[in-house]
Design a protein. Sequence first.
Length: 254
Amino acid sequence: MSRGFDGKIAIVTGAAAGFGLAVSTKLAAAGARVVMVDIAADELHRQAKEVPGATPVVADVSKEADVDGYVARAVEEHGRVDLFFNNAGIEGRMAPMTELSVEDFDRVWAVNARGVWLGLRAVLRVMKPQKSGAIVNTASMAAIRGAATFSPYIASKHAVAGLNRCAALEGAPYNIRVNAIAPGHIDTRMARDLTAQIDPDDPTGVFEQTAQSVPLYNRYGTADEVANLAVWLLSDEASYVSGSLYLIDGALNA
């Protein structure tokens, strides 16, 4: 089912891997033209070759000029922006607050919070005159809970949840829908890196123990499963859904 994406113009950040790559692939398969954005230039260009009609744009989402640039590129090539998966993020260093530096905090905040805000601002400036659009922000189950040794990430994802609500209210008069996804334990590069931070001597053991903590199936989710939710929220099938934060966590937070 195309879900009405034929001819739609999409921007996806963090598009070289994980959720971003999965969403880019699904949108393109359903007829959208995708502007794939990532800071990892080599991997981005390699993956974009596998996504029909994709335009790769190398950008740092924490930098205002880069964000305005990737949106401008989409408009220059396609004349509009219909869909935005505001997804790029990093995990940062895990440690108690007392052992973290200001630089540790600022690095995560710059990408995960400022980058999301910059993306929303730039895309809304295009979507408002169109009086249409759909946006999905990537938050995390970290947006609804705390975690020791993970304060910069937790704070940044709480910020995404707040920005999501504000953008939904600002976009509503212009027929722009804005929602967020909140993934739990998903098998991605980030998840693997986190298990290595938790126990460098036995990351596989941490991974397996974490999988067993998930009530549904006792396994990690997949990027594809997360992409299914994001694509649905971007589609017209979710036409009355806005301002919401959707957990996808196998009942972990139930």
